[in-house]
Design a protein around this ligand. Structure first.
Ligand code: PEP
Ligand code: MN
Length: 283
């Protein structure tokens, strides 16, 4: 990995693990952070209902996607700027932090004051102009691995953000494209310890887009934490069968509840504190 030698992402060049602190939530080595919510905000009722439910079960951050990158231009593209009003309702009903995907510099500007963390999706991992713009901000950034990117390319994308001044980068493994079609992508489980070995940055996993099928999502989530991930970002929907997007890989509240119990126990084994300090949990 010649090109990583003098980089700011390289663990040996920094000498410590970075914990990204976002209000009272810590993301990084020694913590387990759960980001949960629907693939896309569909309306205020389901967003608030889902937010309250995932918070009660121990999630700290809400997936608040309002701009959706869809394969077909005819599919639902997200709630768009109307979603910003819904963010206020979620904030008044819960203590969750909000994260949302930006597909462009324009989205970054629109959402900037309304979210706590920015997400850059797989399709934009190598959108270097967007990475540079996010790098000029001080917001924590969840950077997802491009679906056909090597670990080195992934880390160099993170370097674009860090070298522009923003060190609050969280890496997200979300599965890569392989010849296998049973799953939507192939979760590269060894990317977790590999990224931990190479870099000081927090590493989380998206089991939902890795699997593409909800029956596999709990196993992928448990495997991620057991392999050393610092948390997960997961799709939860009140009624996955009627979800407008990614229903097949979304889990319902009951499955989420059981999974959280497993992750809570697993994080103890992995010497990870649950990321939230003061929040009330019912698990
Ligand atoms: C998402 O998280 O909403 C998403 C579209 O995932 P990815 O960018 O990993 O495909
Ligand atoms: Mn999705």
């Amino acid at each position: 990995m010649q090109s990583l030698n003098n980089t700011k992402v390289k663990k040996q060049n920094i000498g410590h693990n970075t914990i990204v602190k976002c209000n009272d939530v810590n993301i990084g080595e020694g913590f387990c952070t759960v980001i949960a919510g629907p693939c896309a905000i569909e309306n205020e009722k389901m967003a608030v209902q889902t937010a309250k439910e995932v918070e009660a079960k121990g999630a700290e951050i809400f997936r608040s996607s309002v701009f959706k990158p869809r394969t077909s231009p005819y599919s639902f593209q997200g709630y768009g700027t109307n979603g910003i009003e819904i963010f206020s309702s979620i904030r008044s009903e819960t203590n969750l932090l909000l994260e949302s995907e930006v597909l462009s510099c324009e989205h970054l500007e629109i959402l900037y004051d309304h979210i706590d963390l920015v997400r850059i999706g797989s399709r934009n991992m190598d959108n270097y102009e967007l990475l540079k713009e996010v790098g000029k901000t001080n917001k924590p950034v969840i950077l997802k691995r491009g679906m056909s990117s090597t670990i080195e390319e992934f880390l160099l994308a993170a370097e674009y953000i860090i070298s522009n001044g923003n060190e609050r980068v969280i890496l997200c493994e979300r599965g890569i494209r392989t010849f296998e079609t049973y799953t939507r992508n192939t979760l590269d489980i060894l990317a977790i310890p590999a990224l931990k070995e190479l870099t000081h940055l927090p590493v989380i996993v998206d089991p939902s887009h890795s699997c593409g099928r909800r029956s596999l999502v709990p196993a992928a989530s448990r495997a991620a934490i057991a392999a050393g991930a610092d948390g997960i970002i997961i799709e939860v929907h009140p009624n996955p069968g009627s979800a407008i997007s990614d229903g097949d890989q979304s889990i319902n509240f009951e499955v989420f509840n059981n999974l959280m119990k497993d992750l809570y126990r697993l994080s103890e084994v992995m010497n990870k504190k649950w990321a939230v300090k003061n929040r009330k949990m019912t698990i």
